[in-house]
Design a protein around this ligand. Structure first.
Ligand code: SF4
Ligand code: SF4
Length: 233
């Protein structure tokens, strides 16, 4: 049975924040179905709404990352954050199913040795939900925390009141591009439907992450996060 009370959106937001999220937003995917089908086929046709969940990463750990590369702390908290996000999206899915809606939790992207692909773009969902903008580094940048969060998504068919995408505030900044040791960031602003390769040389980034796997047991980097001026004030 579908239950949808007047303050359903607020109840859901309060629930998501109560289980540890730093931010939550809702995105209407219907205007973007054409782009979504190009990327993922018709897999997500039955899910018109994305719930974007952001988990704050410890800012001191991000700031500690230097031009030399990531730290053991970052590698550890990266894994912890992914597990925490997956636990949250599982609980959100259960919350929605108990109220009669269909939902599909997209796991927090764990970069593997083999590739950078996820089954749905968390960054696009967060951007369309109005949580922030996709920076030249391809990270989601929020006004208060910059790139210092990790993301997960629940796709669903609940009729939620959705946010509006946020304009990019990267401007003329090239800090991430200058800091990238793999010379992978091309310095272009994000556009809907644009292939990632237009903005980032994925092979160059992947090669650097792969090298870090041997040291940290995780394909992490974080240099472009640490270089971003947003969230540091
Ligand atoms: S993760 Fe590292 S290698 Fe990849 S784009 Fe960012 S700074 Fe460059
Ligand atoms: S470092 Fe500058 S260009 Fe890169 S994402 Fe942050 S604000 Fe945008």
């Amino acid at each position: 049975m579908r239950l949808n009370t007047a303050n359903f959106d607020q109840e859901l937001k309060e629930f998501v924040l109560s289980i540890g999220a730093g931010k939550v937003g809702f995105a209407d995917l219907r205007p973007y179905f054409g782009e979504i089908r190009k990327a993922y086929g018709n897999t997500w046709d039955n899910y018109p709404v994305a719930i974007s969940v952001a988990l704050n990463m410890p800012s001191a750990v991000i700031r500690e990352i230097s031009a030399k590369g990531p730290t053991d702390s970052y590698a550890r908290f990266y894994d912890v954050a992914n597990i925490a996000l997956d636990t949250m999206t599982m609980r959100i899915t259960d919350w929605l199913e108990e109220r009669g809606f269909s939902a599909f939790p997209i796991t927090a992207s764990k970069v593997s040795k083999e590739g950078l692909h996820g089954i749905f773009s968390h960054r696009a969902a967060a951007h369309l939900a109005g949580l922030g903008w996709i920076g030249k580094s391809c990270c989601l940048i929020t006004p208060d925390r910059g790139p210092m969060q990790r993301l997960a998504t629940v796709l669903c068919d609940a009729p939620l009141k959705c946010g509006m995408p946020m304009e990019s505030k990267c401007g003329d900044c090239t800090c991430c591009q200058n800091a990238c040791p793999a010379d992978a960031i091309k310095g272009r602003n994000w556009q809907m439907g644009q292939d990632v390769s237009e903005r980032v040389d994925r092979d160059a980034c992947k090669a650097f992450l792969k090298k870090n796997y041997e040291t940290y047991g995780s394909s992490v980097c974080g240099i472009c996060l640490s270089a971003c001026p947003w969230g540091k004030c």
